[in-house]
Design a protein around this ligand. Structure first.
Ligand SMILES: [Zn+2]
Length: 377
């Protein structure tokens, strides 16, 4: 890698919650940061405090009236029935909470900055980013803005013309695919659970040619992800030779996640990242979904280890273990957490049969690829 990897984070995530009953009641970015610091993996020169995107910066993708509604919701802690209906704030799992403007604006500010910091090459991890469902004029799927779209636009605005957005969250990256439906400079590839919300991203959905979707069946395992990596993702990277890659690493495709039925171990995420890194002159790694606090923190800390070439320890040192033991989780999985959630970063691998549907989807994703966009930057 040409430069030292940077991690863009913020303390806003530590005290912010979507509310006690919401899947995002749990701490995620703050736990990941505590964990990598406890491991000695985050010296001050690699950490950047995320800026908060201004309303003007958000307006590159979002409607000004929607941004104003988010700011009003934060200031008043309520929305009118008309605003709820129109902007889906306070509806559909997108609650009004104390940082309902600043938190998403921080995630956007981080990803926009990551795009700018990588213009000359390099790697930036933004665990608070990855809000891939956000729409220009409304909230969707716990996402109020779409930091990924804004970061990709920052790359485009700087002159890049050949970008790959790769999304391995359990849910379809619908907001990003739709944002670039008419812009072949951004190719999107999403691997997600079939038949799950938002119920888009079918195998046949190609958004005019420069999108691919690989819906995968329940129980999707490490061997199947490795198949997709070698039979779809890497061939696509070799074909496109993108100038930049944005990788959305939602942790909700992990076996222990309460919101999906996929069965990856976190080795799958690290394997994908390690392989993609070699083909990405500019790389921004985002977070995304992930609703089991232990799984999310261990997964994303492991990604940071890969970016830096740190070996994953067999057993965590006491300070790191204490971070994980300090978590609580008010769901079934939190009642009796297995010991390895406290003492390790790497899950036991979860290999399995590579099912025919996965093989077929990989082959279909490579059919009729568009020509590589001309590189003008
Ligand atoms: Zn998700």
């Amino acid at each position: 890698m040409p430069t030292t990897p940077l991690l863009i984070g913020s303390e806003i995530y530590r005290r912010s919650s979507y509310g006690p009953k919401h899947p995002l009641a749990i701490p995620r970015v703050s736990t990941m940061l505590d964990l990598v610091r406890a491991l000695g993996w985050l010296p001050a020169h690699q950490y950047v405090d995320s800026p908060v995107a201004s309303p003007e910066a958000l307006a590159r993708f979002h409607a000004p009236d929607y941004i104003a509604a988010l700011m009003r919701a934060e200031a008043t802690q309520q929305v009118t029935p008309a605003e709820r209906e129109r902007y889906r704030i306070g509806a559909d799992g997108n609650p009004v909470f104390p940082e309902v403007f600043r938190r998403p604006a921080t995630s956007a500010g981080g990803t926009i900055l990551a795009a700018r910091l990588t213009l000359g090459g390099g790697v930036v991890h933004v665990p608070g980013g990855g809000t891939h469902h956000g729409r220009p004029d409304r909230a969707a799927g716990f996402c109020y803005v779409n930091d990924a779209v804004l970061g990709l636009m920052a790359w485009l605005d700087a002159g890049l013309t050949n970008i790959l957005y790769l999304d391995i969250d359990a849910h379809h990256g619908d907001g990003v695919e739709d944002a670039f439906r008419d812009d072949p400079r951004v190719f999107t590839l999403s691997v997600h659970e079939e038949g799950r919300w938002p119920f888009t991203g079918a195998l046949e959905d190609r958004a005019g040619g420069h999108a691919r979707n690989i819906p995968v069946p329940a129980g999707f395992n490490d061997s199947e992800m490795a198949w997709l990596l070698h039979e779809a993702i890497l061939p696509l990277l070799r074909h496109l030779r993108p100038q930049a890659v944005m990788l959305q690493c939602g942790a909700d495709a992990l076996e222990e996640d309460p919101l999906s039925r996929l069965a990856l171990s976190n080795n799958a995420h690290r394997t994908v990242l390690r392989a993609v890194m070699a083909h990405a002159p500019r790389l921004v790694v985002l977070g995304g979904g992930g609703y089991n606090p232990w799984s999310v923190a261990r997964c994303w800390a492991g990604l940071w280890a890969v970016l830096n070439g740190h070996p994953i320890p067999e057993r965590l040192p006491p300070a790191a273990e204490a971070v994980l033991r300090g978590l609580s989780f008010h769901r079934a999985a939190g009642r009796n957490p297995p010991e390895h959630w406290f003492t390790t970063l790497a899950d036991p691998p979860r290999p399995g049969v590579v099912r025919a549907a996965v093989r077929r989807a990989a082959a279909a994703a490579l059919a009729d690829l568009p020509a590589r966009p001309p590189a003008m930057a």
